[in-house]
Design a protein. Structure first.
Length: 220
């Protein structure tokens, strides 16, 4: 399910809201996603999430300590989905690491485009990862997919030119995240770009490799 500012939550009317089948926790998470999509992660209160879910202001406290706890759970779920998408793209480095590494970058951009509410909760809600052990673990698992892909990609480079794996993984993460946040999101926060975000990422990685002294043809 994609949660965009122009997407599902705003077009379904009352049918998209409400507390059904006794699953209060899921109703609150859905409410939070819809509110993030329409107002951003800082644009609503805990009581408003309760109203959106169709329950009393006191009901959310059965599952969440406060609004930050709710947002942390949404972000944790987002990182779990993110890890799944990145792992699917990596596919154990098949058919070979260079192609798989490229797929991971494109999967990063696709997630930001297709799941902007989750993406916003993950990176813009301002929740310190250290404050929630499950959130930190989910974020680490997602990053480790990128690190594993980078490690295998680095192994294809000439031995004398291989950068530190974690450093390169962080650089690629920063590049992909910047492009996704500015140009690749599926909401009104994105900026116009005269080329697909995937092409911008590919060009950025190529320039990065050349900065390391590795022409594109030598990286594979």
């Amino acid at each position: 399910m994609a949660w965009s500012r122009n997407g599902d939550g705003k077009g379904d009317g009352d049918k998209a809201r409400g507390y059904h089948h006794g699953n209060l926790k899921e109703a609150l998470v859905r409410a939070a996603l819809e509110l993030i999509a329409s107002k951003g992660p800082a644009g609503f209160t805990f009581a408003e999430a309760a109203r959106w879910a169709g329950v009393s202001p006191a009901a959310p406290y059965r599952h969440f300590r406060d609004r930050e706890d709710l947002l942390a759970d949404v972000a944790r779920r987002g990182f779990d989905l993110f890890e799944q998408e990145l792992s699917r793209a990596w596919n154990d480095g098949k058919p070979e690491p260079t192609t798989a590494f490229d797929r991971v970058g494109k999967a990063y951009l696709a997630f930001a485009r297709n799941q902007p509410a989750y993406y916003s909760a993950m990176f813009e809600a301002g929740i310190p990862a250290e404050a929630n052990a499950e959130l930190k673990a989910a974020g680490d698992r997602a990053f480790n997919v990128l690190r594993r892909a980078t490690e295998n990609f680095v192994a294809t480079m000439p031995a004398s030119k291989r950068p530190p794996v974690t450093m390169m993984a962080l650089h690629i993460w920063a590049l992909a995240h910047g492009i996704a946040s500015l140009f690749g999101r599926g909401d009104s926060a994105r900026r116009p770009l005269p080329m697909p975000p995937e092409e911008l990422l590919e060009a950025g990685v190529l320039l990065y490799l050349r900065g390391l002294g590795i022409p594109g043809d030598d990286a594979a």
